[in-house]
Design a protein around this ligand. Structure first.
Ligand code: TRP
Length: 338
């Protein structure tokens, strides 16, 4: 299916299942955009560190992520779900592009910088190249728009620079690669349930996963961190920096209810239990349709594989088309001369 729609490429590394932060920061946008754009959704398994230590987990996470996508309503009949490593054209493009990325440019990338400080001397060579591979992902289907979380913005900026440079060096005034734009989701950063500065992680069990059932969600909301200075329901409370209200703002569509709760919270006229019960209800209402779809796909695993198979095939066709253009721009036509 080829369309004239503008294209989206975005991706996720298979490092675990997805949580509400992924939904508010990215997936919600993907869902809105999948009808207007020709969407390529990539599971970026070339870009996980500790592959050797985690190989079996990664294999599970790839499938889990596909199920997470299907359960929120991404539609494999109109969008293309793909597994990066099964499209080896990525490595070819990455190799070429990395000649036009100064190492200093990567060393200044803030995401890379912070990850690298943790690794020190043992940083793998591939680590320097993973942002370049992300650039190759975006350029591969010649994407126009990249809906991502806020932390990815430096990588998209680099993609724009490389696309421009490649077009200038090899395009002969033609645009080979569109210069893509980033689109950040409505909730750029969601805190964990255990505090306003908490980053969500598997080991801390402080996230609400897309796959959590309603009982689990309610339990997690009930133990959510609120305002530590408030001991009784009659104490005036703080709304700012309070994760329970951050989640209300992010996911409760009933704005009047949220405003009323906030007003009463500040005055000490509402208990935590009411605020949390209302949040749990709002979350469960959002998540119930996901659960129905998840049940369906978990009992039809062949449909999950089929979504990945057909999406990867379509992606690969597109990749080959792009690589023909790239090879021709790079004058790699040695064997075609007669
Ligand atoms: N690096 C991204 C992340 O860690 C995932 C990713 C891989 C991606 N390839 C991409 C995002 C291409 C956008 C476009 O979340």
């Amino acid at each position: 299916m080829d369309t004239e729609k503008p294209r989206i490429l975005t991706g996720i590394r298979p490092t675990g299942s997805l949580h509400l932060g992924h939904y508010g920061g990215a997936l919600e946008n993907w869902l809105k955009l999948q009808k207007e754009y020709d969407c390529f959704f990539l599971i970026a398994d070339y870009q996980v560190s500790d592959y050797a230590e985690n190989i079996d987990n990664i294999r599970e996470w790839v499938i889990e992520i596909a199920i997470d996508w299907l359960s929120v309503g991404l539609d494999p009949d109109i969008s293309h779900f793909a597994i990066e490593s099964l499209i080896p054209e990525h490595t070819e493009l990455t190799t070429w592009l990395s000649w036009w990325v100064p190492l200093g440019r990567l060393q200044r990338n803030p995401t890379l910088k912070s990850e690298m400080t943790d690794l020190g001397e043992s940083v793998p060579v591939a680590f320097f190249n993973y942002p370049v591979m992300q650039v190759a992902n975006i350029l591969m289907p010649r994407a126009h728009l990249v809906p991502v979380g806020e932390d990815q913005l430096p990588h998209i900026e680099m993609t724009r620079e490389i696309a421009r440079r490649f077009n200038r060096l090899f395009g002969n005034d033609k645009e080979i690669f569109p210069v893509p734009k980033a689109l950040v989701g409505r909730i750029p950063r969601l805190v964990g349930i255990d505090g306003p500065d908490a980053k969500m992680s598997k080991s801390k069990n402080n996230a609400i996963w897309l796959k959590d059932d309603s009982e689990t969600v309610t339990k997690k909301v009930m133990r959510m961190y609120t305002d530590p200075s408030r001991l009784r329901a009659t104490d005036p409370g703080h709304v700012e920096g309070n994760p329970v209200f951050m989640y209300h703002d992010a996911f409760n569509p009933d704005i009047d209810e949220v405003e009323d709760l906030k007003k009463r919270y500040v005055l000490g006229k509402v208990g935590d239990v009411e605020v949390k019960t209302k949040l749990a209800n709002a979350l469960n209402q959002l998540m119930d349709p996901w659960r129905d779809r998840r049940d369906y796909f978990e009992t039809h695993p062949e449909l999950v594989i089929e979504a990945l198979r057909s999406g990867t095939e379509h992606y690969r066709d597109k990749a080959q088309e792009t690589m023909e253009m790239v090879r021709s721009a790079l004058k790699l036509d040695y064997l075609q001369k007669d």
